[in-house]
Design a protein around this ligand. Sequence first.
Ligand SMILES: Cc1ncc(COP(=O)(O)O)c(C=O)c1O
Length: 492
Amino acid sequence: MLRPWQFRIQIRKESPTPVYVQIVRAIIADIRRGRLGPGSAMPGTRAMAKSAGVNRKTILAVYDELIAQGWLVTDSTRGTFVSPDLPTQTPRSLTPSSRKSETKREIADIDTQPSPLEIPMLSSTFGVLAFDDGTPDPRLVPTDLIARAFRRGLKRVSRRTEFGYGDPRGNFSLRQSISTMLNIERGLSTTPNNICLTRGSQMAIYICSQLLVKPGDVILVEELCYPPARVSFQQVGAKIISIPVDKNGLKPEEVEKVCKEHPVRAIYLTPHHHFPTTVSLSSARRIRLIALADKFNFVIVEDDYDHEFHFTHRPLLPLASADPDTVIYIGSLSKLLSPGLRIGYIAAPTKFIDSVAAQIMLIDRQGNPASELAVAEMIDEGEVRRHARKSRLEYARRRKSFRNCLLETFGDLLRFDVPDGGLAFWVRFKDHIDLAELESQSKEHNVQFLPSHSYSVTGKKNLGLRLGFASLQPSELEEATQRLYSSFISLH
Ligand SMILES: Cc1ncc(COP(=O)(O)O)c(C=O)c1O
C-alpha cells in the first residue's frame, strides 16, 4: 500500500522558472513515477502551502493548472484528488541504478545514424589565424547596403502581405533577378520557373542527392571533392566512383571508362574552380563531358559556388549554358555577398524544379521573403555587381600578396600555381611531409587550415593544403604564412 504522499520538492527561488511551475512539474513527476496513484487525495491547499513554504495562492494556482491539464480533479465537498482515469504506474525506487526501466528508450540512448561527416571546423579563437577553404572576408560584406535593402524588403513584403507562407521555390522577384542574371551574364536560358531558391548551395546539393539517387546508383565525383557534397550522395546510398583530375580538370576518358562498366546516374563536379585544387575544366573537356552525358544518359550536377571570382579573364560560361537539359546548375550568393545570407539556387528544367520545391516543403517550407526581396533589389539596382567588382579587385590584391608571402617564406619548398580563380590556393610540399602532423603543429603556432585528407574520396592521405586567402588582409596573410612556416620547421 502506498504511504501517504509527502511533498518533497526542493523549490529553487533563484531559478528563472516560476515557483508555481516548479511545483506543478514536481507533482506531475510524482504522478508519473507512481508516488501519487490515480484517485489519491491531495493535501489541502493550506497544508500544502505550509509544507512547501509558499503562499497559499501559489498552491491554488498549482491546483488550478493541474486540474486544467487533467492530472487532478476536484470535488467541491471532498477535496482534490489525482484523476482516477490516469493509468496506474508502479512506484519505482529512486536509486539511480534502477531508475531507468529496462525497456524505456531515452533520447541519448537512441541509435541514430552514425554521423557520416566529420565536420572539420575552424575555430574563431582570438589570436588564431585561419586559412579557411575559400570564403570571402566578412569585413568586406556591404552590411550598410544589405541593412538598407532589408529594411525596404521587409516593408515591401509586409505591404504586399508576402511575409507569410509562400511559394517554396522562393520569392518571385529574386527568382526573376537570378534568372535574368544567369541569362545575361552566364549564357543560360531560364525563366523564373526554372529557378528554385535554397538556403545556400549546400541545400541545393543535398536536395539533388535526395531526388537523383536510389540506393546502389553510381554517382561520379572528382577524386578530391567537397566533403559535404560527397557525403550527401553517400548518405542516400549512392555508390561513389571518383574520377582523376589534372591541371585541365576532371579526365573525361576516365568518365567514359566507368560508363562502359556501370550505368552512371549522375556526376557531381565543380568545373569552374575545382574544389579543392582550383583548376578549371578546359573547354575541350567540357565538350567531351557533355557528349558523354548524352551518350550514356547521365545527369551533370554543376556546382558553381564562387563563379564571380575569376582573376585572369572573364569567368568561364557554365556547362549549363551549353546543355540546359542535361545539367542541373547550382549557384550561391555565399561567396559573392555573404555565407550568412544563406541564399543559393538551383537552375533546371521546370519539372525538376517542381520536385525540388516539393522537397523544400519537407525541409524548411520556404526561404525568408524579406531577405530574398532585399537581395533581388540589390541585384536589380546593380549593387551586387558593383560589390563583386570591388571585392574582386581587393581579392586580386590579396591573391598577389599571398603568392609573394608563400614564395618569400617557403622558397622552393612548396609547389603551387597561382589560381586563375576562386578564393584559395592549393599548395603541396616538395618533399613528403606528414600533413596530419603539420596540422597538429600548426595548432601550437596559432594558425589553422582544414585537414587535407577530408577532401579525399579514396582515403588517400598527404595530398595538399587548400589555403583560403581572401578572408585575411595582407598583413594577416604574412603573419599566417610565417606561422605555417614555423609549424613546418618544427616538424624537422
Ligand atoms: C564546393 C562548394 N560547394 C558548396 C558550398 C556550400 O556553400 P553555401 O551553402 O554557403 O552556398 C561550398 C562552401 O564552401 C563549397 O566550397
